[in-house]
Design a protein around this ligand. Structure first.
Ligand code: GLU
Length: 573
């Protein structure tokens, strides 16, 4: 089940040395495509975009730039992502080759279905679960970065860390958005003495906008990993101390052990690709629900002439809402970690299946009732779990001069993750992306907790090729369950409505994963409320955590785009 309330965030804030296997690849039509610039980086924070752009200027690849951006975000946007969390990396090459790496956090080996249940078998209150070691999964970003760098990096590993080290050591200033997060993050960002002292004044209030923050502890952590490599994070004293800190955060509970850190692997995964009209859309498969959900929303609408309807038609938004309802019904039941449960990816993305699902959609009225379909490959009768939504994520895109693109979404799950700081960074609360309950009505939940398993994600880093086989778009977003919807909306905006990436991202938000349609207050959709209601929808206005970033191939060059609702920006080199 996808809860409609955000557990932590209040409305105003919403405005705002492991095994290496050969990567599976999806290869499309070869084409010649090369940027006439050094490339670009688009990120949710200009300083992080700049960190990535510096790598491009120094001769780095898109992968180098993306890693430097991820590291810089650890410093300047700690509420959203960092080395204490995980992420998904999707890389597109101009010849059509797509590779993906799964750096999702894992549950400790000893975790089991009762991980979030109390002695009476009831789920522990969500905020208690978040603010404890129970929610902390083994961070994946550094091993993801190491694997990507080993194969696609051009610059030395240590060089990627320099901008982030400088930001942490020399200081960065508190932005408006970060200040808001610090205000709403009381009780979480200030949970440790370290977090409190770093970001709050003596009265416990967030330091003012413009205050320079220096984080020498994080600078030291980054410096050590830069010099000694990623394993120094997972193995030896650092791993042991990290495990002890988590144990001390949650006395009496079984939590992550040093061995869980040592054994962590980032995994090369098959990209999930499908045709939408004349385009090939590729993204991140399980444990993310991102690609299958984005693709279903689009493909189920393929028989409608969205171009003729356009963005000003309430019918367009009604159709978008209906397709979301169908896609999320499937997502809630079938998506989980495919290393543990059979996820029918092929069935869920089968064009005939999606055409049949799409034929349920009527342009003249909303469906009374929506339930999951029966895609091919379904082995069991799963139940819909309990996964409260949060938002603490960042998406960034890097393009290099060879025209390779990295579309990378990085997260600590909720803002400031679990609240636990260690070595100058926040540890994630990703494990609360699992269903807190392992079964419902006698049926198991696909996304239940299991030892070593990865929680289901919504993150949807995406790349798109056009009919000529040219790589034309990279896009992704932050915002919990809204992520696939933001990505699908941006793609409809660009592919069906001919908008620029910037205008497509700026289109109003409409989120309809269940029987209620949430529309973005103050947007053009508010005026369409009566028509949407006349089509049978229950419509509410609600601020939602939208924050997307993209790059688009326009007239022979790459153009970056960042969500106007965010502080994001892009830097071209
Ligand atoms: N942890 C969430 C996921 O993987 C993302 C949270 C967010 O975007 O804010 O889907």
């Amino acid at each position: 089940m996808l809860h409609r309330t955000l557990a932590f965030i209040a409305a105003p804030l919403l405005l705002a040395g492991c095994t290496t296997t050969l990567p599976p690849e999806s290869t499309g039509t070869a084409s010649k495509q090369r940027a006439d610039t050094l490339g670009l980086v688009s990120a949710a924070d200009p300083r992080a975009a700049q960190a990535g752009a510096t790598m491009l200027r120094n001769g780095g690849s898109a992968t180098d730039a993306a890693i430097a951006t991820m590291l810089a975000l650890t410093v300047v946007e700690p509420q959203s992502s960092g080395i204490g969390g995980g992420g998904f990396y999707v890389r597109g090459e101009p010849d059509g080759t797509v590779t993906t790496i799964d750096g999702r956090e894992t549950a400790p080996a000893q975790a089991g279905p009762d991980w979030f249940l109390d002695a009476g078998g009831n789920p522990v209150p969500f905020p208690d679960a978040v603010l404890s070691g129970l929610s902390i999964g083994v961070p994946g970003n550094l091993r993801l970065a190491a694997q990507a760098h080993e194969k696609y990096g051009k610059l030395p590993w240590s060089e990627l860390f320099q901008p982030a080290i400088a930001l942490a050591r020399d200081g960065f200033s508190i932005t408006e958005r970060f200040h808001q997060y610090l205000g709403l993050g009381k009780g979480r960002a200030d949970k440790t003495e370290f977090g409190k002292a770093l970001f709050y004044d003596d009265a416990g209030e967030p330091l003012p906008v413009g205050t320079t923050i220096r984080n020498p502890q994080l600078a030291e952590t980054l410096q050590r990993i830069a010099e000694r490599g990623p394993d120094t994070f997972y193995d030896g004293p650092h791993g042991e101390e990290l495990a002890s800190a988590i144990a001390a955060y949650t006395p009496g509970d079984d939590v992550m052990a040093a061995a869980d850190l040592t054994s962590y692997e980032a995994k090369w995964r098959d990209p999930v690709c499908g045709e939408y009209r004349s385009y090939r859309i590729c993204g991140m498969g399980p444990p993310s629900s991102g690609a299958t959900t984005v693709y279903a929303i689009l493909k189920q609408l393929e028989h409608f002439d969205l171009t003729a309807l356009g963005p000003d038609s309430p019918v367009s938004w009604h159709l978008f809402a209906e397709s979301q309802r169908l896609a999320y019904a499937d997502r809630e039941i079938y998506l989980g970690d495919s290393d543990y449960v059979q996820v029918p990816v092929k069935g869920l993305t089968d064009p005939d299946y999606l055409a049949a699902r799409g034929s349920l959609i009527s342009a003249s009225h909303s469906l009374q009732h929506v339930e999951a379909g029966k895609p091919a490959g379904v082995a069991l009768n799963w139940a819909d779990g309990e996964e409260p939504a949060e938002n603490g994520t960042s998406h960034f895109v890097a393009v290099d001069r060879e025209g390779n693109i990295v579309s990378y979404t990085s997260t600590v799950e909720g803002p400031f993750g679990s609240g636990l700081t260690f070595g100058g960074f926040y540890l994630n609360n990703e494990l609360t992306d699992f269903s807190l309950v392992p079964e419902k009505d006698g049926h198991e939940v696909a996304n239940r907790v299991e030892g070593g398993k990865r929680p289901r994600s919504s993150m949807a880093p995406t790349v798109v090729y056009d009919a000529q086989g040219r790589l034309v778009i990279a896009v992704g977003a932050a915002g919990g369950g809204t992520i696939p919807v933001q990505v699908a909306k941006a793609l409809i905006g660009m592919l069906d409505w001919g908008l620029s990436a910037q205008d497509a991202i700026a289109l109003p938000g409409l989120y309809s994963p269940g029987d209620t349609v949430a529309i973005e207050p103050g947007s053009a959709l508010v005026a369409m409320k009566p028509q949407l209601e006349a089509l049978g929808h229950k419509v509410i206005e609600r601020q939602m955590p939208f924050k997307a970033n993209a790059a688009q191939w326009v007239d022979g060059r790459w153009v970056g785009a960042a969500d106007p609702r965010s502080e994001g920006s892009s830097v071209s080199e």
